[in-house]
Design a protein around this ligand. Structure first.
Ligand code: GCV
Length: 644
């Protein structure tokens, strides 16, 4: 097994009576030529002795284009004698080709009749790659886009575009939203040629190229004295910048912007709001069909922990909900799944229920910043599934998150290491994210099953790995942070336990634990965050009685002997889950050990190292968190286990 190809590593299939294959394509779209290449390449690997011929083939594949719902739609019908692919456009034919290949690999040559249009029009990957080659929150080596300030395009880039297309990703932002260290200059002539080559490659795979820009580029790049979005000179500067960029860079989709957040510049410096800022950029890119993706991750990162009224969780809602309906039609707001920052458990961001008149997309994080940094196994797909299914109650019907968004973006978990994702198992998150964004009805367990089958050959290995993945998030949550409280990790690195590491900090990240109680009161008596939800969520979250256990300490401050709905006290639940989570991690490590000889040595060894670290770290989490709460509460574990 060769992990450099992740789920696209194709093995021959035996006992198939196909000696010749013909592929005819009447589409002239570039993505259709990629479809032809993929089919030819894969068939020659599936059937190593196969001949490609123009006529009289045993297996005939026909590719064409016809008007459909979207250029990304397709119909695919296949049987033992061949396949007919009709795409709404080039991308549709490419997606159909990958669907056919996936199905053959999973189920052999069988009859197929599929019509599909992607569930979400925008399906994006955001790289936090810096121009010097480092990656912010990267756990898989260095950037494969940037080396020492240069944009690099090579075989790996092609391979990457193939991975993305194979799971239906159609947009990719290549640089960090924190635009620094020279990345401001990506919008200048210096990079235009390389960007265009990349855009062209991406276009072949149906992917639009996005660039993260510095909102103050008129100053940092243009040497002006302002970047006020309402200043005409600034508007003109951006128009000419967009004009240059779009005329020189093929396949450019637009800009992704982090503004007025964690030190990044934005419209607030000039007394303007986010609509002023986003619309100004939107007008500049509009003539070229460009989009502005504007992040809602905006909060006061200079908070005083003594202030119990300001609540970071409320911040994005307060900034953006009054602007609903005020954004241009080519602006898309990107909202993180939860109101804080990709914690292992957060409530769904209340903005999803408050922006009926604005284009919004969700942002999730594949990079496991707070979920074990790809050293711990933590499959995020069930969490994504639950998030997409969560009702916002903003309409009478069709009001789940997946109904109200027009797309989804994920922070990438890839880098230049041999298996792309640090841990081979973390590739399941990337694969599953793409599959879920293309077809929002897929179940997490089916996706995991599919990925495992495409990735590992041995049947025992497949079921053991599926089992580990499907139980991994629950285990991680159990041995780390209890009941939705979050933020008990070491500051800055966000790895390992430090229950008070963020308690007296400026980031708005508190647990308010003392000897009497724990949790943040976000009810109507506290920060009033719970009131930002539509009914019936507002009432449900507002009361200790009806708030789900798993989010209790996010919404409420309760005494340690408060009884949960599961019948346990808060403190006993904390002890139990920490012991259980550690045992679960132990069982994963043990199960992994049985895979020796059943999977390739390199993957096995890499897994062993990572499971050892996961175990060490899980034990540290268990003992530190349990001890922390034991020392505060003075309440002993009912089961008399060792707490320090
Ligand atoms: C790119 C968190 C991370 C930062 C990240 C930020 C964001 O705060 O720790 O590294 O910055 O989110 O999403 O912008």
């Amino acid at each position: 097994m060769d992990f450099s190809e992740m789920w696209l590593d194709i093995k021959p299939i035996e006992n198939i009576d196909i000696n010749s294959v013909s592929i005819t394509c009447t589409s002239r779209e570039t993505a259709s030529s990629a479809a032809v290449w993929e089919l030819r390449n894969s068939f020659s690997r599936l059937l190593p002795d196969v001949r490609f011929t123009e006529r009289d083939a045993d297996y005939k594949i026909k590719i064409s284009i016809a008007p459909m719902d979207s250029p990304e739609s397709f119909t695919l019908s296949a049987d033992n004698n061949g396949a007919s692919i009709v795409g709404g456009g080039g991308a549709g034919t490419l997606y159909a080709a990958f669907t056919l290949l996936r199905d053959i690999r999973l189920n052999g040559f069988k009859t197929l009749n599929i019509s599909e249009t992607p569930s979400l029009p925008l399906r994006m990957i955001d790289h936090w790659d810096n121009i010097d080659g480092s990656i912010e929150r990267g756990y898989s080596g260095k950037s494969f886009f940037f080396v020492d300030g240069e944009l690099v395009i090579n075989e790996r880039t092609v391979q990457y575009a193939r991975f993305l297309a194979s799971i239906g990703i159609n947009a990719c932002a290549i640089n960090n939203v924190n635009v620094r260290w020279g990345a401001e200059m990506l919008i200048t002539d210096k990079y235009a040629e390389k960007l265009s080559a990349l855009g062209e490659l991406f276009e072949r795979y149906g992917i639009k190229l996005y660039i993260c820009i510095d909102f103050s580029a008129p100053i940092s790049v243009g040497k002006m004295d302002t970047s006020d979005p309402l200043d005409e000179k600034v508007q003109k500067w951006w128009k000419s910048c967009a004009n240059e960029l779009f005329s020189k860079v093929t396949g450019l989709g637009g800009f992704l912007v982090k503004a007025d957040s964690e030190g990044q510049p934005g419209p607030y410096a000039y007394g303007r709001n986010h609509a002023d800022g986003a619309n100004m950029l939107a007008k500049a890119v509009k003539p070229f069909g460009g989009k502005v993706i504007w992040r809602c991750f905006v909060y006061n990162c200079a908070q005083d922990w003594r202030d119990t009224e300001t609540d970071r969780a409320c911040s994005a809602y307060q900034s953006f909900s009054p602007l609903d309906g005020k954004f241009d039609d080519n602006v898309i707001l990107q909202i993180k799944n939860g109101p804080m920052d990709f914690q292992v458990r957060e409530p769904v961001h209340p903005l999803f229920g408050a922006m009926n008149n604005t284009n919004i997309i969700a942002e999730v994080q594949l990079a496991q910043e707070y979920t074990g940094q790809q050293r711990h196994v933590c499959c995020l797909l069930q969490m994504f599934r639950d998030f997409l299914d969560h009702r916002t109650y903003c309409n009478d019907d069709n009001d789940t998150v997946s109904d109200v968004i027009c797309g989804i973006a994920a922070v990438s978990n890839t880098g230049d290491d041999h298996c792309w994702t640090g841990s081979e198992l973390a590739a399941a998150n990337l694969y599953g994210y793409g599959r879920l964004s293309f077809n929002k009805t897929l179940k997490a367990e089916d996706i995991v099953d599919e990925w495992v089958k495409l990735t590992f050959e041995n049947n025992d290995a497949q079921s053991i790995i599926s089992d580990i993945l499907l139980n991994s998030h629950d285990a991680y949550e159990k041995y780390t942070v209890p009941l939705g409280i979050g933020w008990m990790c070491k500051p800055n690195v966000h790895y390992g336990p430090d229950p008070w590491g963020y308690e007296f900090d400026r980031w708005g990240t508190y647990n308010r634990a003392d000897r009497n109680a724990v949790g943040v009161d976000r009810s109507s008596e506290g920060t009033r965050y719970s009131l930002l939800y539509n009914e019936p969520l507002r009432t449900q979250y507002n009361s200790v009685e009806t708030c789900p256990d798993e989010l209790l300490l996010f919404f409420h401050r309760v005494p340690y002997d408060h009884k949960l709905k599961n019948g346990k006290t808060v403190i006993q639940h904390i002890y139990d889950t920490h012991f259980e989570g550690y045992e679960k991690a132990k069982s994963f490590a043990k199960a992994w050990k049985t895979l020796e000889g059943k999977i390739d040595d390199r993957t096995y060894e890499n897994g062993c190292e990572r499971f050892n670290e996961q175990l060490r770290s899980a034990k540290e989490w268990r003992d530190i968190i349990n001890t922390f709460f034991y020392r505060f509460s003075g309440i002993a574990d009912e089961k008399g286990r060792k707490i320090y």
